[in-house]
Design a binder for this molecule. Structure first.
Ligand code: G6P
Length: 372
């Protein structure tokens, strides 16, 4: 009913709008004023966490994309090697696991069969499993050694939005917590990231206030067959997530590529007026990556692409090459996916509407897939 949708036409729109709260609720009670983390729910003893020599993340769909982003944070903040694998592939390749492996299973529903089978396999090999889950008491957390709940609230629309953002927050918390427990990350640095994380909810809110041009752009592309997405570093999984959303909702051919890989194949796809969404990293920090992606944008534009550029406020260098410029607030590099994903959700939702598709219940998809 309309009331359940909080006055929005679709649950997806409501859930997109709820993201600032979902993000702050997921941080609530887990960081204290001094900037240290208390994740009491993570009932894996610090002694065990100190011995972990490999992290393996398993998940499906949108949750898998959260895992891909988590890898950058975990390896950067803890220096523990981290692998990310599609849950459906994981156990069939006879993965190398033991008591020193921490497996992180990410699932909104907590009922995805592929993810459940992956975690059972991991536990049989002696690995410790930490679930990141949005559904209290569901199967995946019940069968894990520990759980960190995302506090997104119920997500009804099949295409995941607020759960994804809170999965990212939970992944950052896990990475920082591992760093804190193991002493690889010093108090000051944790404090800085925690402070940055606390500001992200407002930043997401600001993104939501500037989405009208994105909706307009989506409507103007409703007749297109293909949209490509490019990103680099943590922007690469964001590109994959943007493409997945478009497949799920708009039933369009959409693909995400690592921008550096463009020259090794995908650039052959570029043709006149092909929309290409590019997620641009901050010009501060990893400025080398920024320069490289700016030249990627020039390359595809020279070949006729219509460039749709998601860039930080004050990033002037990209402006001349952007046919459409979508601004997001400045955030530290690793946290950028929290703001950069939001326009892609709005874009896909509006395209679905413009194409006459069912937004909350896309064809052929289920919210939770409980078969392998
Ligand atoms: C289904 C949904 C996706 C979701 C995936 C994983 O395919 O349609 O939106 O990302 O399952 O779901 P989970 O509940 O494990 O996060």
């Amino acid at each position: 009913s309309a009331a359940e949708k909080g006055g929005y036409d679709y649950f997806m729109l409501k859930e997109i709008a709820e993201q600032p709260k979902a993000v702050s609720d997921t941080l609530l009670g887990r960081i204290d004023g001094s900037g240290s983390l208390t994740l009491d729910e993570v009932r894996i003893p610090p002694g065990v966490l100190r011995e972990v020599d490999k992290v393996v993340i398993v998940a499906c769909g949108t949750a898998f994309h959260a895992g891909l982003i988590a890898k950058y944070a975990i390896e950067h903040w803890t220096r523990i090697p981290c692998e990310v694998e599609l849950a459906s592939e994981f156990r069939y390749r006879d993965p190398i696991l033991d008591q020193r492996t921490l497996v992180v299973a990410i699932s909104q529903s907590g009922e995805t069969m592929d993810t459940l089978m992956a975690l059972r396999h991991a536990r049989e090999q002696g690995a410790k499993v930490l679930a990141i889950c949005n559904t209290n008491g569901s199967t995946i957390p019940r069968e894990s050694d520990a759980v960190l709940y995302t506090h997104a609230g119920p997500e009804v629309a099949v295409a995941s939005t607020k759960a994804f953002l809170t999965q990212l927050v939970a992944c950052y918390l896990v990475a920082l917590y591992l760093g804190q427990v193991r002493g690889t990350k010093f108090g000051d640095e944790i404090r800085d990231v925690v402070r940055d994380l606390s500001g992200v909810s407002d930043a997401v809110g600001r993104v939501l206030e500037t989405m009208e041009p994105v909706r307009e752009l989506a409507r103007s592309l409703a007749h297109k067959d293909t949209v490509l997405f490019l990103g680099r570093h943590v922007g690469y999984p964001v590109a994959l997530e943007g493409a997945l959303k478009l497949k799920e909702l708009a039933y369009m051919h959409a693909e995400g590529f690592a921008a550096g890989e463009l020259k090794h194949g995908p650039i052959a796809l570029i043709e006149e007026d092909l929309p290409v969404v590019v997620v641009v990293p901050s010009p501060r920090g990893r400025s080398v990556l920024h320069d490289k992606i700016v030249s990627n944008i020039q390359e595809i534009r020279a070949r006729g692409a219509r460039t749709i550029v998601i860039a930080e406020e004050n990033d002037e260098a990209v402006a001349p090459y952007a046919d459409h410029l979508i601004r997001v607030p400045a955030t530290p590099t690793l946290l950028q996916p929290l703001v950069a994903t939001v326009p892609l959700q709005v874009f896909a939702c509006e395209l679905a509407t413009a194409r006459g598709n069912e937004v909350d219940q896309p064809r052929n998809l289920a919210k939770s897939v409980t078969v392998e």
